[in-house]
Design a protein around this ligand. Sequence first.
Ligand SMILES: Cc1cc2nc3c(=O)[nH]c(=O)nc-3n(C[C@H](O)[C@H](O)[C@H](O)COP(=O)(O)OP(=O)(O)OC[C@H]3O[C@@H](n4cnc5c(N)ncnc54)[C@H](O)[C@@H]3O)c2cc1C
Length: 436
Amino acid sequence: MEIKKTDILIVGTGASGLFAALHMPSDKEVLMITKDTAEHSDSYLAQGGICVQRDEEDFDSFLEDTLKAGHYENRRESVEIMIRSSRKIIDELIGLGVDFARKDGKLDYTREGCHSKPRILFHEDITGQEITSKLLQAVRKLPNVTILEQVTMLDLIEKENQCLGIAAKREDGTVLGISAGETIFASGGIGGLYTHSTNYPHLTGDALAIALRHGVELEHIDYIQIHPTTLYSQKPGRRFLISESVRGEGAKLYNAKGQRFANEVLPRDLLTEAIRKQMREDQKPYVWLDMTCLGEQVILGHFPHIYQHCLEEGYDVTRQWIPVVPAQHYFMGGIHVDSDSRTTMEHLYAVGETSCNGVHGANRLASNSLLESLVFARRAAEKIGCGAWETDPDKETDFMEIYRKTEAEIHRQEKNLAQIYKQEVLEEIERERRAR
Ligand SMILES: Cc1cc2nc3c(=O)[nH]c(=O)nc-3n(C[C@H](O)[C@H](O)[C@H](O)COP(=O)(O)OP(=O)(O)OC[C@H]3O[C@@H](n4cnc5c(N)ncnc54)[C@H](O)[C@@H]3O)c2cc1C
């Protein structure tokens, strides 16, 4: 039996998990695990950028844009916290070496759908990779943080609504117990549950299934965002995103007859609806997106990776229209947390896309998720940092006792556990949707 003991356990090495790790007290031992390699997270895939409050006057308009996109179902307190914290987060990222685009030496801002003004910082069309790789670099330098790759959380170890740690599995199938004073789920979204998604397929909402089984409260679990424009392909696997900033910069949508049919900067849910309606009318599995009108300079300067990827798929976007189709993209719901990212179970936190702190309401405003992930990951770390760290020997005995039972149960079920979890999350989403 393999048992590990740590002060703080973080499940997930995306932007939210890494940023939490960076803000943990340096005298505490932090263990991070990830189901795949450290670089394989959706945070690396973010293209468009990260929002920031431009100046004091921008507060009201940023707030209104976020609430309007979220159909006013957002938790206002969380949105305010996010916006007020945004400049500090950006300054910190720049301090860590993140290279945002600049014009005449000053930060350059782009715009995406539903933003009333340009307030998005970007690095070409690979902002997520630029931010997350710098976070990973910084975390790897911390002597108190260990990252274990290819280790999958399988279950929670808890007693009387107190989280004591988890049970996990290595790539070779061996099961291990991780006892932790505090645990953070930073386990990303649910795209892996869908055939057409922009997400990594290993992101299957495991943390949600586990939370559900242990009575941890979930929120808005049926609020799932579909991205209106991904490159149409008949190949299996992840769908390639055509960032919203492409439309923000002026790209246009056309139907099969070559006519425009929608305002390209509508909120994602409304534009998705318009595209699906058009696809039905045209009886085609896609509509057309014209990037040629942006001109070669903008395409090659701002969207070089989209240009390259489309070229590899046989489309030169400087000369040709491309077929696009909506696909699952983001999860607004998740494990219910308060404004310090605490779940309804003691010693258990949730951050990033796995959590629901209410920032996004019923629909996420473009480029708010990286910011939200970082702001609330830091708040979780700060909350944990200022907690009392008393050692309770009973907890270790409890952990071992419950872990033994959990391990036996895992060995009994392990073969289909992943499938069972997927099914449970999908059923819960459907149950919630029907109840609404
Ligand atoms: C194509 C694409 C483009 C995007 N563009 C933007 C953008 O421009 N701006 C923006 O703000 N947002 C964007 N987003 C959304 C944003 O990238 C994500 O919401 C955000 O990065 C989520 O970060 P995270 O840390 O919560 O999760 P992730 O970065 O997805 O990390 C999840 C981690 O959890 C691990 N994990 C999951 N389950 C387990 C388990 N059972 N055991 C162990 N580890 C586990 C994974 O291996 C991974 O390390 C985009 C998303 C996609 C897919």
